[in-house]
Write a protein that binds this ligand. Structure first.
Ligand code: SAM
Length: 225
């Protein structure tokens, strides 16, 4: 799929809902502080990179393997956002280079996902947030089975337990999982239910796995959780 077609999906009624919901959950859990540095790994067309830049006002870097998508992301982003070609499995940054590190629905396309998770944790100083797709969701039944349809083709879907397991044995500090997008469709019912759904019922199609790096929890402000 070309970058423009991918990004245009976020402007369809359904795509807008998905994008807004995922960004809202990401920002709620990331709780960025003004001026913090952010790295977005597997940034694609920069949809989340742009949202992060708008939320933090600080320097945001997006990395991806796809240079065409990076070129598109560069054209669409404001000053203060930098894009670089890099592999999530071997990031070209030193330890603790960024306050916050995110990766949204990119690890589902990376075979060596544990290596990538290790890299996200290595280059982060305060918090890491990883977006994945939930195999125990209605969206999986609709779009994920038999290799996946459209943009989901080839994606690996995780259970919440599998997602949490990606951090097991790593130097991840305090961790938690949230999910969103419980009912597909994005209509009024889906929007309402997403707000009312019990947090412990992890049936949302979008999994957000969050790690507060060791030492970061003590330094967090009260708004974090
Ligand atoms: C489904 S797109 C997600 C893009 C963006 N994060 C979003 O949610 O709109 C997955 C992205 O992961 C990137 N990707 C796949 N393998 C990668 C790797 N090893 N290192 C960096 N990026 C990778 C792809 O090029 C693609 O842009």
């Amino acid at each position: 799929m070309d970058a423009e077609a991918y990004d245009r999906w976020y402007e369809t009624p359904y795509g807008r809902w998905v994008g807004q919901r995922e960004v809202a959950l990401l920002l709620e859990e990331l709780a960025p502080r003004p001026g913090e540095t952010v790295l977005d790994v597997g940034c694609g067309t920069g949809f989340f990179t742009r949202a992060l830049a708008a939320a933090t006002g600080g320097p945001v870097t997006g990395v991806d393997l796809d240079t065409d998508w990076l070129a598109y992301a560069r054209r669409r982003s404001a000053a203060g956002v930098t894009y670089e070609a890099a592999d999530a499995r071997s990031l070209p940054y030193g330890p603790a280079s960024f306050d916050l590190v995110v990766s949204i629905t990119a690890l589902c396309f990376i075979e060596e996902e544990r290596a990538a998770v290790g890299e996200l944790l290595r280059v982060a100083r305060r918090r890491v947030a990883i977006g994945l797709l939930n195999r125990r969701s209605l969206l999986w039944l609709q779009k994920g089975r038999r290799g996946g349809r459209n943009g989901y083709r080839g994606a690996r879907w995780h259970t919440v337990r599998e997602a949490a397991g990606l951090l097991a044995g790593l130097h991840a500090g305090r961790t938690r999982v949230r999910t969103a997008l419980h009912l597909p469709g994005g209509g009024r019912l889906a929007r309402a239910m997403d707000r009312l759904w019990p947090r412990w019922l992890h049936t949302g199609a979008f999994i957000l796995l969050v790690a507060d790096l060791p030492g970061a929890a003590a330094a967090s402000s009260g708004g974090d959780e």
